[in-house]
Each structure stands twice: as structure tokens, then as C-alpha cells.
Design a protein around this ligand. Structure first.
Ligand SMILES: Cc1ncc(COP(=O)(O)O)c(C=O)c1O
Length: 434
């Protein structure tokens, strides 16, 4: 590395806060020079096959000519303009596509800047809906353990109490209802007792519950758990029975990741509110959307406020919408189905057998998601360094070494990722003794 790069990293280490990272003892960060396709190029010269799709978001690969062109062309017209009182073609076209591809009852779209904000908006919609109906006692949410919905306060309050450290934020977080996490795995016979506790929470508390929120089919950050579609079907039925709004957080699962365009399709259900983010711009720029039914939009609009009480500065950013349109049109050309199916079949054949390793507790695959759950926690600093030395970008946490690569990843690149995982499994200093 040259002097400039060393200085950049030194400044970064002392002043730049990274996600879930200590400022007093920061783990090293690696300086990225560029990225192309599925490869991240480090300033130090290493080329890394990306197993993370930059946290689920990159679909078509980095530096994609069609996405680049959309961005450049839009920047020549208008990069940003306020959305209050003004509108534009990129946002209109995006909302049109989202309404077309999501379940039919979802007809209204609220654009925002990030996944956490999209969930905040969904929660606010649910509360404002019931307030507008005069049911002010519906002021709680119901969810399941092991969920993750973001890092802001409303989203943290419905994320897993243990991993979200609810005890630390006890004084400032709203208290909601938590059912046990779904237990029946997607590939197991359905166990009807799985929803008993959930049904009890619904039946005893529905008068206070505004909405039920869940990540459909895959609980991501809260454990990479893939659960049975019947669980989701039962959730939908309980919401309808007890007059509770159903919020599907498809921020990680939406747009093909699980092998269906939306994970709700596994259970053939339609939510009342759906959140999208991450993949929306193919991983280019931050953008999110919250979709809801006409009924929700009308009740809110006819309520006391006469409007939905939300309006971020960068709502409907034209650059983000233009890239999202280009990414969605690439996606809807249809190759994703074969691409995700090919990744799933490669991972099933080559990653699932890692379950034979003595260090491994479980392996699982769904769509383009592959998970190796280990018996010991990983040693983050050591395992990250080893992955970089082995030419891959994989960022595990806790006992989870997982990949969800861009859809354009080839078999050779998948082989690199799996080979690297296999290698670190044999290295004691990549794990912490308990
Ligand atoms: C299911 C789910 N919801 C919400 C979020 C929050 O999105 P963001 O990080 O864009 O705020 C995430 C992020 O990982 C997520 O996986």
C-alpha cells in the first residue's frame, strides 16, 4: 500500500465509525478501490469474490453498464428535487412497476431513504390507521423473536430483544408483544404447535395490537433462519381474524433472493403493508419503499390529520429512482429465476455437505442464500483477515458464516467462496473457544 492509502486507513481507524464497530478498538477496514461484476478490488491489490452482495443489495453485479448509464443520464437532467408539490417520471415509473409486481391489494407507494425508515413508515402507517379510526388503544405491535427490522428506535423495538439489546435500551424502547420464533424449518413437515403461542398472543391482546410484523420465510440478521410457509399463512389468517394489520418486511428477501420474486409468494399471501429496500436499486444507492392497500391510505387520508404524517427530504430521489427502474427492468427480463436457481443448486450440492464438518452445527440453503452455522463463535478479526487472504469477501457474525452473492455469480466464483469457508473451518484461530 502506498503512503496515501496508509494515511486514509489511519484516518478511518481513528475518526470514521463503521457499523457495529468499536471506536476504541476498531477491527481493521479494507480500503476498496473499485468493484466490477462480482469482484471487489482492494487498494492493496487483492481481488475479492463478493459473497455478501453488500448486505443483500447487489443483484446484477457492481459497475453494471445499464445501471451506470441510468445514473449518468438522470444526473444530466435532475439529481434531486423536493417531492413536496413536485413529482417526476423516474419516481412515477418506479411506483407503477412496484404496484404491478407486488400483490394486487398493494396500490399506494411511499418512497423513502433506507430500510429502517421504510419500516418506521410502515409502523407509523399502522398506528395512524387505527388512530384515524378512533381505535387509539391499538398502540402495540406483535412480532416474533429472532427478527430484525433495522437500527432506529421503532424498528429496534420489534427486533429480537436479545440481539437488539433491549435490556440496555429498556428505558427508551416501546414495549411490544413477542411470540417465539418459528420453529418448523422450510423443508420439514409442518408442526401445527408452532403457532399456538402466537395465536394466544393474538387472541388475548388483539384489541391493543395495531400490526403484526415479520420477515417472510427468512429471518435474516436475527439468525438466518428459514421457516415453514404454513407459519406465514397462519400469521395472515390470524391478522385477518383479529383485525390486525400485516406488515411484511421484504427488505432482505424481496426481488428474488429466496427464489420467488417476493418471499410472501411461498405462502401465497398478501400483506396489508410491504417494505422494500436493499435490492431496490440493485445495490447502487439507498432507496426504500413502503406499499400499502387503498383502504389504509384512505382511512389515514380521511382521518384527523388529513394526510400521512411523514415526508423525508430525499423522498423519491430521482437518481435513486432512475437506477431502481434500470435495475428492475434488468431483473424483470427474467434471468434472475435461472440465476438464483443455479446458485441454489450449486450451494445445495457443495455447501450443504459442509454440515459433515465437526465444527459445523447446521447448513442451509434457500434461493441464493447459503448458511453455515458453526458450533463456536467466529473470531471476527482473524476470520475476516483469512477470508481476504483467500480472495473472498465474506463477513460472518456470531456462529453464522453466510453468503448471499449477486445473482450473476458463476459456479467458479461460488466454488471460491465455498472453498474459503471450508478452509477457515479447519483453522482454530478463526474461532473462539467457549
Ligand atoms: C429485514 C430487514 N429489515 C430492515 C433492515 C434495515 O435496513 P437498512 O439497513 O437499510 O436501514 C434490514 C437490514 O439489514 C433488514 O434485513
Amino acid at each position: 500500500m502506498n503512503n496515501k492509502q496508509t494515511n486514509l486507513l489511519s484516518f478511518d481507524q481513528h475518526h470514521v465509525w463503521h457499523p457495529y464497530t468499536s471506536m476504541s478498538e476498531p477491527l481493521p477496514s479494507y480500503l476498496v478501490e473499485s468493484a466490477q461484476g462480482v469482484v471487489i478490488n482492494l487498494a492493496s491489490g487483492e481481488k475479492l469474490v463478493d459473497g455478501m452482495a453488500s448486505w443483500w443489495s447487489v443483484l446484477h453485479g457492481y459497475n453494471h453498464p445499464r445501471l451506470n448509464t441510468a445514473l449518468i443520464e438522470q444526473s444530466r437532467k435532475v439529481s434531486h428535487v423536493m417531492f413536496g408539490g413536485l413529482t417526476h417520471e423516474p419516481a412515477i415509473n418506479l411506483c407503477k412497476t412496484l404496484i404491478e409486481i407486488t400483490p394486487t391489494p398493494l396500490q399506494k407507494v411511499f418512497l423513502s431513504d433506507s430500510g429502517s425508515v421504510a419500516v418506521e413508515i410502515a409502523i407509523k402507517m399502522a398506528f395512524q390507521y387505527w388512530i384515524s379510526k378512533g381505535k387509539t388503544n391499538k398502540n402495540k405491535l406483535l412480532t416474533v423473536r429472532n427478527g430484525y427490522h433495522g437500527d432506529t428506535f421503532a424498528t429496534m423495538a420489534v427486533s429480537d430483544p436479545a440481539t437488539g439489546m433491549h435490556h440496555m435500551f429498556e428505558q427508551v424502547l416501546h414495549e411490544h408483544y413477542f411470540a417465539p420464533a418459528p420453529q418448523t424449518k422450510i423443508n420439514q413437515p409442518w408442526q401445527a404447535q408452532d403457532t399456538i403461542a402466537l395465536e394466544k398472543l393474538f387472541s388475548e391482546n388483539h384489541q391493543n395490537i395495531a400490526a403484526f410484523i415479520i420477515e417472510p420465510i427468512v429471518q435474516g440478521t436475527g439468525g438466518m433462519r428459514m421457516y415453514h410457509p404454513q407459519y406465514l399463512k397462519t400469521c395472515r389468517a390470524l391478522c385477518t381474524k383479529y383485525d390486525v394489520l400485516f406488515i411484511a418486511d421484504e427488505i432482505a428477501t424481496g426481488l428474488g433472493r429466496t427464489g420467488k420474486l417476493f418471499a410472501c409468494e411461498w405462502a401465497d399471501i398478501s400483506p396489508d403493508i410491504m417494505c422494500l429496500g436493499k435490492t431496490l436499486t440493485g445495490g447502487y444507492i439507498t432507496l426504500a419503499a413502503t406499499l400499502c392497500t387503498t383502504d389504509i391510505a384512505e382511512v389515514i387520508s380521511n382521518g384527523e390529520a388529513g394526510c400521512f404524517m411523514h415526508g423525508p427530504t430525499f423522498m423519491g430521489n430521482p437518481l435513486a429512482c432512475a437506477v431502481a427502474n434500470a435495475s428492475l427492468s434488468l431483473l424483470l427480463e427474467g434471468h434472475w429465476q435461472n440465476q438464483v436457481a443455479a446458485i441454489e443448486s450449486y450451494l445445495s450440492e457443495n455447501l450443504i455437505p459442509l454440515s459433515q464438518h465437526q465444527r459445523v452445527n447446521d447448513t442451509r440453503v434457500l434461493g441464493s442464500i447459503g448458511v453455515v452455522e458453526t458450533r463456536q463463535n467466529v473470531n471476527m478479526a482473524n476470520i475476516q483477515k483469512r477470508f481476504v487472504e483467500l480472495g473472498v469477501w465474506i463477513r460472518p457474525f456470531g456462529k453464522l458464516i453466510y453468503i448471499m452473492p449477486p445473482y450473476v455469480t458463476t459456479d467458479e466464483q461460488l466454488a471460491c467462496l465455498i472453498q474459503a469457508i471450508n478452509t477457515v473451518l479447519n483453522e482454530d484461530d478463526c474461532f473462539i473457544d467457549e
